[in-house]
Design a binder for this molecule. Structure first.
Ligand SMILES: NC(=O)c1ccc[n+]([C@@H]2O[C@H](COP(=O)([O-])OP(=O)(O)OC[C@H]3O[C@@H](n4cnc5c(N)ncnc54)[C@H](OP(=O)(O)O)[C@@H]3O)[C@@H](O)[C@H]2O)c1
Length: 253
């Protein structure tokens, strides 16, 4: 896709990967709006010249209000990125994990569906545009300390596939961004070896710029996760990643 002339709304653009991609889309010449709950982060991004809107993807009314605000200011909107996500550790031996599970599904899966539903009529009516959904290498290769996170991202992968098929011939495409571990604040307690954010974002922008746009944005660092089952490495890698269960409070490997 041409990254220089798009009008992009990144839901979950107030920090981490979303904020970095927002800045890079803007630097490439696109018009960019970001959404999130953090008012301070939103005002800092507004000061950089980005459009900003407050949105909580766990609240349908908030998503609808954000949609209306974005379309009023940016009627040419052609790209919606469903970046909002929660990455929570859970100990499944402790039933108290349930609240984390509920938050994870409500944010990562239902939040994605709420956002897509809000913008589908607009994109279909204009006859062109792109949804960029966000999954994870963990959608394809579980990371046992984050079970509901893995389930949510596997679900968003499946949903993205079905959405692409349902939007076929409308002119609206669906691109799935599949990050590996990337060094954002969400990763601090989980993975000190995560990919530097700038390196990851550069690879993502290079892949997005390809024509035609790949259906899945797979940086080199995620290929081992994405293709583990195909490559026969899945069982060994899951066993290896299970050692990380020691990071749960009260557990040993
Ligand atoms: N970093 C990684 O290693 C990694 C790997 C694979 C996939 N991912 C995925 O990439 C995405 C971004 O992750 P990140 O590492 O950049 O995390 P991050 O820095 O914590 O950013 C998360 C973003 O989601 C927004 N968000 C969370 N809950 C929200 C809600 N209820 N309503 C609206 N916005 C909400 C946050 O905004 P507010 O706080 O302002 O609401 C923030 O902008 C997530 O979907 C994550 O699962 C990350």
């Amino acid at each position: 896709m041409d990254l220089s002339g798009r009008t992009v709304f990144i839901v979950g653009g107030t920090s981490g990967i979303g904020r970095e991609l927002a800045r890079r889309f803007a630097a490439a010449g696109s018009t960019v709006a970001v959404g999130g709950r953090d008012a301070r982060a939103l005002s800092e991004l507004a000061a950089e010249g980005l459009g900003t809107v407050s949105v909580d993807v766990t609240d349908s009314g908030s998503v609808a209000a954000a949609r209306d605000a974005v379309l009023a200011r940016f009627p040419e909107l052609d790209t919606v990125v469903t970046m909002a996500g929660a990455m929570l550790l859970e100990d499944l031996r402790d039933p108290a994990h349930f609240e984390a599970a509920r938050t994870t599904i409500d944010t990562n899966l239902i939040g994605t569906i709420r956002t897509i539903d809000a913008f589908t009529p607009h994109l279909v009516a204009r006859g062109s545009g792109t949804f960029i959904t966000v999954t994870s290498g963990i959608a394809f290769l579980p990371f046992p300390p984050m079970p509901t996170y893995a389930a949510s991202k596997a679900a968003v992968h499946a949903y993205s596939e079905a959405l692409r098929a349902q939007l076929d011939s409308t002119g609206v495409g669906v691109v799935e961004l599949v990050p590996p571990a990337v060094a954002t604040s969400a990763q601090e307690q989980v993975n000190p070896h995560a990919l530097p954010l700038g390196d990851f974002a550069q690879e993502v922008m290079d892949l997005l710029a390809q024509e035609p746009t790949p259906r899945e944005i797979l940086v080199k660092g995620v290929l081992m996760h994405r293709w583990a089952e195909r490559d026969g490495t899945y069982d060994d890698l899951v066993a290896q990643r299970s050692q990380a269960l020691a990071m749960l409070p009260g557990r040993t490997a």
